[in-house]
Write a protein that binds this ligand. Structure first.
Ligand SMILES: [Zn+2]
Length: 111
């Protein structure tokens, strides 16, 4: 997938772990999303792990990309390939998605 920005920049989304892409979950869906994961964990404790449990989790996220040239943010609209566009006041890329919460977390210890 490629997104052409009005500044002339092109966002290329053809691999994983992109520094200018994110998945956004609204606060309205955040707790329900984690409730689903908790339920899947409880079910796996009773019945064993199954991909069917993972398949039952609804992903409420929207995809989002930042133009690395001008900082415009593109967010998918619900259920379509269209995007909404947001432009920073200063027209500068902020690398808002170039982070990982996992990089600062300690490695889980085996019990
Ligand atoms: Zn741009």
């Amino acid at each position: 997938m490629k997104i052409g920005c009005t500044c002339g920049g092109i966002i290329v989304d053809q691999t994983d772990s992109l520094p200018n892409k994110a998945y956004v979950i609204s606060d309205r869906d955040w707790h329900a999303f984690w409730d689903q994961i908790e339920e899947a964990m409880k079910a796996s404790e009773k019945h064993g792990y199954s991909y069917q449990l993972i398949d039952q989790i609804v992903d409420p996220s929207q995809q989002a990309w930042e133009c690395q040239d001008c900082g415009r943010l593109f967010l998918t609209k619900d259920g379509s390939n269209m995007t909404d566009v947001f432009r920073p006041d200063d027209g500068q890329a902020k690398k808002v998605f170039d982070r990982s919460g996992f990089a600062t977390r300690p490695t889980p210890q085996e019990p």
